[in-house]
Design a binder for this molecule. Structure first.
Ligand SMILES: *Cc1c(COP(=O)(O)O)cnc(C)c1O
Length: 376
């Protein structure tokens, strides 16, 4: 095959000429933060606490119980799990949701994809406020949805009235707002979300609020807006606050009409019986599963204070990670120095900034000790 038939993307993947890949994907690269062993992993905003022994035992018992039924397909609609998620949200936000307001999938990334399949696609546009979660524009691209880049201010906040004006002008089908935002950690207030929701409703769009880190934030959840604004859709996950990233369980809180649309675009039997059983046990033990949150929040404040004291600049965070700047050298150089010191943090591609996930106190101490090894 001649060189002419080969296209090269930015990571030098060579697509052979015979491969009928969609043109929109020819420049795409796989999503991926490095997964390295033998270093302290503070790069993917995982929760450092492993499953409590008691929950692990209950989970094993439950899985043993259902194992004989694994020749059958799982409950396609995951009703028991959705019931428990509704209860969890209602307890946290004083709402009155039921099964019909909740959808579940393999991680909130799949939730986002299912939303795009229902409401995005060719001829549709979506808008997000960057820097934010890179998976939103990635799935827009995969589903052929045009992506409009909205901006954040110098402190990475969203100017709600500016955003509302832009939405009224551009009339997107989907508006994405991540709060607390990844990678900045900054949160949007409920009154600002409401202003953006009003504009989105006026142009017939859906506002998707990605609340992957809600449990670490002092702000009210956007689920409290759904009763008044049926086009507000809230995406949540058990990956972060529940310390359950390996199970892959994300969910959606929305008006029943949105949930009905998810039933159309989901794959049949998408959520395995094992996943459903494990998540049900985790929710039955929600308090125990989340018992590490207070320590993570306290550690976040301790690490932020130490970064400041070192003369670097942490952004105020409402999540389980901190974006910081003010270090000597480029992001990549400083990222490499941390890695050489045994601590893997995240270079999010934002020059002059790096992101560190809050780990255990001991892991955070390691991060701080590499930081202190820099001449300031
Ligand atoms: C981590 C993260 C997710 C992904 O969560 P999963 O449920 O593990 O797929 C979604 N949104 C944001 C903003 C995140 O940071």
């Amino acid at each position: 095959m001649s060189e002419k038939n080969v296209t090269t993307n930015s990571h030098n993947t060579r697509w052979p000429g015979w491969l009928p890949l969609r043109p929109a994907l020819k420049n795409s690269t796989p999503y991926g933060a490095p997964q390295l062993d033998q270093v302290i992993q503070l790069n993917t905003n995982e929760n450092p606490n492993s499953l409590p022994d008691l929950v692990r035992d209950r989970m094993m018992d439950r899985i043993a119980e259902i194992a004989t039924g694994l020749n059958r397909y799982p409950d396609r609609d995951a009703v028991a799990l959705r019931e428990k998620l509704a209860g969890y949200i209602n307890r946290a936000s004083d709402t009155q949701f039921g099964v019909s307001h909740i959808w579940v999938a393999n991680g909130s990334n799949e939730i986002l994809q299912t939303l795009f399949l229902a409401f995005g696609g060719a001829g549709r546009t979506a808008i997000g406020f960057t820097p934010s979660y890179s998976v939103h524009p990635m799935i827009a691209n995969i589903t052929g949805t045009s992506w409009i880049v909205g901006s954040r201010d110098s402190e990475f906040g969203v100017d709600a009235s500016g955003a509302a004006t832009g939405i009224r002008e551009l009339k997107p089908s989907l508006v994405f707002l991540t709060t607390p935002n990844n990678p900045s950690g900054t949160a949007t207030s409920i009154s600002d979300i409401e202003e953006i929701a009003r504009a989105t409703g006026d142009v017939g769009g859906l506002l998707i609020v990605d609340e992957a880190y809600a449990e670490f934030s002092p702000e009210d959840s956007a689920v409290t807006l759904i009763r008044r604004f049926p086009h507000v859709v809230v995406s949540r996950t058990m990956s972060k606050a529940f310390a359950f990233a390996g199970v892959r369980l994300g969910y959606l809180v929305a008006h029943p009409a949105v949930i009905d649309s998810m039933l159309v675009t989901r794959l049949p039997y998408h959520l395995s019986a094992l996943t459903q059983a494990a998540a049900e046990v985790a929710l039955d033990n929600a308090e125990l599963m989340q018992s590490g949150i207070e320590e993570i929040k306290a550690e976040r404040e301790r690490v932020a204070a130490a970064i400041s004291l070192n003369g670097w600049k942490p952004l105020p965070s409402a999540a389980n990670f901190i974006l910081f700047s003010g270090f000597p050298g480029t992001s990549h150089e400083v990222w490499q120095r941390f890695l050489d010191g045994g601590v893997l943090i995240r270079d999010t591609g934002l020059e002059g900034y790096l992101r560190v996930t809050i780990g255990t106190p001991r892991e955070n101490d390691e991060f701080l000790s590499v930081m202190h090894s820099f001449a300031s």
